[in-house]
Design a protein around this ligand. Sequence first.
Ligand code: HSE
Length: 411
Amino acid sequence: METIKIALLGFGTVGSGVYEIIRSHQERLRTLLGKNVEIVGVLINDKTKERHIDKDILVTTDIEQIFEIPDVEVVIEAIVGVEPGFTYLSKAIDKGYHIITANKELFAHKGQQLKQKAADRGVRISYEASVAGGIPIIGTLRQLLQVNSVVQIEAILNGTSNFILSEIRGEEISFEHALQSAQQNGFAEADPSNDIDGHDAFYKIVILFELLFGRQPKWELIRRKGIRNIRLNHIRLAESFGFRIKHVASLSYENGSVEINVEPNVVPEDHPLYSVEGVDNAVVLTGDLIGELKLQGPGAGKLPTGSAIIEDLVNIFNAEKQHRLVKDIDLKAGTANEFQTWFVIGNAVDPFDGLTLFENSINDQGKFVTARLIEATEGQVKQLLNKNSDLVIYPFAGKPSQPIKKAFVSA
Ligand code: HSE
């Protein structure tokens, strides 16, 4: 029986997951592909770490040794950062290898270039694992886009941020304690800024945009905020209305224009992202024909992310369908003149005359703090913030129609 030979770049959480699945699923892969699947080389970063890798496999820190292995057909990349991944994958494509990557930062920056290069060279490039880990969002979108136009995506794409927000709310702890807990659980990196400042979710929504529209968005027009400044009392105030704060990456398409935002939103109980807790990711997408669809599951982790990579591997060797691209779109710089709903924490110098829908207060360590749901344009919100720099304002996702809990909450 023929063998598909694979080179694996990186042996961290994702790389070791791929290694484990290929070993444990030999029979299944043989049935699916009619071939053996074998990892023949592993590129590592640090020789001193202990790893359990079969002694017949070349393990090296030198990429040139990987490229010298004869008859490799696929390179699986699971390292972090744009470089050296981009250089390695460019070279792998030149050599005629198929590519599978889990690297969202690399793919957000260089995905277009790599896709073009792969098309020119006649090899396949797959990246299911780069967005939302084990959730098959890339495959689902490809499938849907054959007949649907996807007009909206609202998603929780960073498990670490979602875990931290769930912990603050559930355990009534500070942001700093919740972050420590995320690090102790191995969700957040030692330097967690990619997660908590919204970069990670930003890269992932950029990748989804490219899949939908076949080109890069203008990065400078995307509003990106992380969860670093969210305090326990913001979450308690939102809860006093029956709402939760979620870090949401959204993309909406209307009349040839697209708007993308990555930021904390206040979501009501009937919003599909309200119940997504812990490290889970979720993607709620709306297609013009299918309507609303929600995918929820593990957005990170060894086996879920490894599973997405192995699905890619199987698809590379089985024919994959082409998808239709929506063209001629514009990226909007926010909806400055449209009325939207906002969740405002704090008191303003000027009253919120004519803007307030509901308001509520909590006693936070002896001091009453008020939150309001207001309807205002983005321009009005900017004016409010200019005059009242202490206000904290979150966009509100969904419609403010549900009954609001009126009871005051005491600390
Ligand atoms: N740091 C990422 C997260 C890992 O927390 O979601 C998966 O991309």
